[in-house]
Ligand binder design. Structure first.
Ligand code: ATP
Length: 136
């Protein structure tokens, strides 16, 4: 049987994803990190972005919003501030968040604190929309 890694995505609200997968790709702070079975132990910071897992020849997508990943003995644990699997994403809510953030960015001056805040809000909303677009 093909070797697998056990992947868990955990947030303060609970377990968002758990599965035996062939590969995990996480959005690391300095770029994507691909994790295959027998990967060396690792701890890395994550950015807001798309986590994907490969099962056979199929990919599944999870929006993750910050946090970190730990890899140990074919177990990948992602601890994130928030995370959503594609089918749980409320597209209308993400669209509304995107519009609010874009408006706030237009109204704020570049370099102001609320500009950066809006930039972060926009990144989360766009990540959710990207993941939701791949749902089903
Ligand atoms: P909003 O402005 O719509 O609340 P947000 O980016 O401020 O979005 P977060 O603070 O990142 O939201 O998340 C708060 C909680 O709501 C988390 O549990 C997160 O998983 C969930 N959440 C946020 N947006 C969505 C969405 N579009 N679909 C499903 N769950 C969402």
């Amino acid at each position: 049987m093909e070797k697998v890694v056990n992947c868990e995505v955990i947030t303060p609200e609970g377990l968002v994803y758990s599965g035996e997968v062939n590969m995990v790709v996480v959005p690391g702070e300095v770029g994507e990190i691909g994790i295959l079975p027998l990967h060396a132990p690792l701890v890395a910071l994550l950015t807001v972005g798309v986590l994907r897992v490969k099962i056979g020849d199929k990919w599944e997508y999870v929006a993750v919003h910050g946090g970190y990943v730990e890899v140990k003995e074919d177990k990948v644990i992602v601890l994130a501030d928030a995370a959503e699997i594609a089918s749980k994403i409320d597209v209308e809510r993400a669209r509304a968040a995107k519009e609010r953030a874009e408006k706030m960015m237009k109204e704020a001056r570049e370099g102001e604190e609320n500009f950066f805040e809006a930039q972060d809000d926009l990144k989360r909303a766009l990540t959710r929309l990207r993941v939701a677009g791949r749902a089903g």
